[in-house]
Design a protein around this ligand. Sequence first.
Ligand SMILES: [Zn+2]
Length: 330
Amino acid sequence: MTQVTRRGLLAGAAALAALPAGISHAAAPFRNTLPPAWHRFHFGDYEATVISDGRLPLGKPEPAFPASPPQEINGLLQDNFLPPDAATLEQNVLVLNTGRQLILFDTGMGESMGADSKMFGPTTGKMLANMRAAGIEPEQIDLVVLTHAHCDHCWALVDAQGNRTFPNAQVAVSEADLKYWTDDNNKRGPAFMTSFIEGAKKNLSAYRDRMVMVRDEQEVTPGVVALSTPGHTVGHHCYAIRSGNQMMMNTGDLAHHHVLLLRKPLWEFSFDTDPKQSAQSRSRMLDRLATDRTPVLSYHFPWPGLGHVSRHSDGGYDWVAAPMDLSTLG
Ligand SMILES: [Zn+2]
């Protein structure tokens, strides 16, 4: 038997401190990869999963807010510790399991339109991979509910070959958006219009025989009520989701930036079909959300887009992100 001495123990301890056995000090390569991005919580009797489609970089924010003073844009971003020259939007897709149905709200950019699918760079189009990582297969989706028919919300309805990504799903969209974004006569104005219309035609036409028309203040499916908020597109809708006595609002693209368009809800955004109408819809809905203290899921706000809207002293609003806690929206 080896005699263990105090001196021997101390010497051994010193050696361990210098080079712990089994721990490598060799440099490890940076991975430069992100973990799958999904977040799950209970809402009433439902299970909700927010899935990221990846970040959507807008670049310099000034061109997106052409009627707003650049120094005010800069000041608001800097006051909120955000870079003044690179605005980034998240893409927060909601899957709601009501126990009866699996409902997907918006789809992300997808890969259906070739190079156009990467018009905002390589960081978008991650929804399907993240959805599978969250344990949900596209075949399980019963209903896709669209807030509107823009690229970052409906271009993953089909794959590059035009095949349905969600083979067992119906698609709910407003008649106004369906008509507008599949009409070649609307290929005018900003350069993006042609690509937006071609993409909507390809993606929506694959579901022509399984469309549900969304109507203001009516149930799309039990537990989900559509609320017309036109302006960003002609038929943009928010969705009030109810379970028991709880309600949350999926606001889609009511506001794209959690600082700029909450503090300045009347500012006009360049991707709006009717920026003035959009500003009115935004002001009206933000007032309601702040008054009723309604939990919100916002598509483009910082991941995972869950929180509340509170009044700011200057007449605008603040975004108050919810803690990443299963009970926060319950
Ligand atoms: Zn959007």
